[in-house]
Design a protein around this ligand. Structure first.
Ligand code: PSU
Ligand code: MN
Length: 307
């Protein structure tokens, strides 16, 4: 069976000549932000990748085909479709493809697809993790496991307070995922620069991060790495402002939804309760992550050329 994989021409050219490419996910577009903030953020993130001299490749499954490097019209229709398209992760990726359906890829499914296409670096907003109350619900995002299996470096702004951040870091450590925070000693908490939890590793050099990615691979170690990039200071929202909203959204979710519906539900409620302020910070950190990912991808290409 041939792989149902369509790679955009510009992305393919860049990969063939070992120029830097950055993957971008599509669940943040369909399920993470409302229209039109979602499409506007997606466009701006792609431009931020270009501004650093790399090629953006937004990933989704369109009519049963893994699509790497979506066209503007395709992205726009996914942005408008919102929660009505499938939310794809490791467990339902093959089902969607086999039945010719369309779906947006989460961090896990984007990593899998990026790796199939030969893309090594991926930028997102926040990853999935261990949910608050996981000791009762067992709700742990498959994103964490994917980081331990698939060799793609994921740049994010840490994890949202909708998650249990200490437990998320514990699981990452158990799974052997290298976690590096860029330019700060603290692991970031999405809207806030600091979570008051020390980051397992700290670096202020993209060159160093690129070297670590290559060393990890040369040791024959499986999986990728998590690179946490704190939100720019001017866009930070104090946890005193966000926490009560997060508490409310999480407790509503506990009463109303379960499974893969939880994260999209909570993100939507936080957008509503914060009167859109959450989306503004989300946009800023997404652009910052896209630029950092592009710089890491450029350093990786340069390192490979010099051996
Ligand atoms: N966290 C965010 N924004 C997001 C997501 C998570 O702050 O958009 C999305 C990502 O696509 C992530 C997915 O991979 O939700 C995780 O879903 P779950 O918790 O159901 O594994
Ligand atoms: Mn879950």
């Amino acid at each position: 069976m041939t792989l149902p994989l369509d790679i955009d021409e510009e992305v393919r050219d860049a990969l063939e000549s070992d120029r830097p490419v950055v993957a971008l996910e599509s669940t943040i577009v369909s399920h993470g932000l409302p229209y039109p903030q979602n499409i506007e953020t997606a466009r701006a993130a792609a431009n931020a990748v270009r501004d650093e001299g790399a090629v953006p490749a937004t990933i989704a499954v369109l009519a049963g085909r893994l699509t790497v490097g979506m066209q503007e019209a395709e992205l726009d229709s996914l942005a408008k479709a919102g929660h009505s398209v499938l939310k794809l992760s490791r467990a339902n990726l093959a089902t969607c493809i086999a039945s010719g359906e369309t779906g947006a890829t989460t961090v896990a499914a984007t990593m899998i697809t990026a790796h199939l296409a030969g893309i090594e670096v991926f930028a997102t907003g926040g990853i999935g993790g261990v949910h608050r109350g996981a000791e009762a619900s067992f709700d742990i995002s498959t994103d964490l496991q994917e980081l331990s299996i698939t060799p793609v470096a994921v740049v994010c702004a840490g994890a949202k307070a909708i998650l249990d951040i200490p437990k998320t870091l514990e699981v990452l450590e158990t799974l052997g995922v290298p976690v590096t925070t860029f330019g700060s000693p603290d692991f970031p908490a999405f809207w806030s620069r600091a979570s008051s939890l020390p980051s397992p590793s700290v670096s202020d050099s993209t060159h160093q991060i690129a070297r670590e990615i290559l060393v990890h691979r040369s040791l024959g170690l499986q999986g990728g790495q998590l690179i946490a990039n704190p939100v720019p200071a001017e866009d930070e929202i104090p946890s005193a402002v966000m926490n009560p909203l997060v508490e409310r959204a999480v407790s509503e979710a506990r009463r109303e939804v379960s499974g893969p519906l939880v994260t999209p539900f909570v993100l939507k409620r936080i957008f509503e309760l914060s009167e859109g302020r959450s989306a503004k910070a989300n946009r800023a950190l997404m652009l910052s992550n896209a630029s950092l990912a592009a710089r890491i991808a450029s350093d990786l290409s340069a390192l490979r050329k010099t051996g």
